[in-house]
Design a protein around this ligand. Structure first.
Ligand SMILES: [Zn+2]
Ligand SMILES: [Zn+2]
Length: 185
């Protein structure tokens, strides 16, 4: 069973909060981007409603290293933290294989630089759809096309094209999920 739950839909206006997601993939319990939220209960309460204790979370995925996506990383004491290049646990730092690194049988990380050089997207082949958890888009209306913070807009656009060919639903960094039409070969 591979399923995905949006714990918190992010936003970015006068206040900023991250989209936070739980992925259940086999034995892996992955929380993506436990960043800024108005209060921690907005992450912990929906998690509890799904029957998941913070101690049971096995992985935390970070889309990149801006505080709005990382601030609450320490809520999950037993989780291995995974970013675009490595796995971190306590005082251990293991580089992983990079693009294609798997956190679960049907969950893998893609390196998708552009917003920052250190951006990654989580691709989840869930039972109901293929999802991308990503900061390649950060609002649910898919705009604006130009990321004012982008370190490399061209790389960001290549990442978007790659994701659009592979997924059904995008969960942007700061918004509700939106469905995309997968470009099938
Ligand atoms: Zn950012
Ligand atoms: Zn952000």
């Amino acid at each position: 069973m591979t399923e995905l739950h949006l714990l918190h839909a992010g936003y970015a206006h006068d206040r900023v909060a991250s989209s936070v997601v739980l992925v259940r993939d086999g034995d892996a319990l992955i929380v993506a981007d436990p960043g800024m939220v108005a209060r921690r209960s907005l992450i912990l309460d929906p998690l509890a409603a799904l029957g998941v204790a913070p101690e049971a979370v096995t992985h935390v995925f970070l889309s990149h290293h801006h505080p709005d996506h990382t601030l609450n990383v320490a809520l999950f004491p037993n989780a291995e933290v995974v970013d675009f290049r490595a796995r971190y646990k306590d005082d251990l730092w293991f580089d992983h294989e990079g693009d294609g690194h798997r956190l679960g049988p049907r969950t893998q990380l893609w390196q998708t630089p552009g917003h920052t050089e250190e951006d990654a997207t989580l691709i989840v082949e869930a039972d109901d759809a293929v999802y991308a958890l990503t900061h390649l888009w950060w609002r649910s209306d898919r705009t604006p096309a130009i990321d004012p913070l982008a370190s490399d807009q061209a790389a960001l656009e290549r990442g978007r094209e790659r994701v659009l060919e592979a997924v059904d639903v995008v969960i942007p960094g700061h918004g509700e999920p939106f469905r995309v039409r997968r470009a099938r070969p």
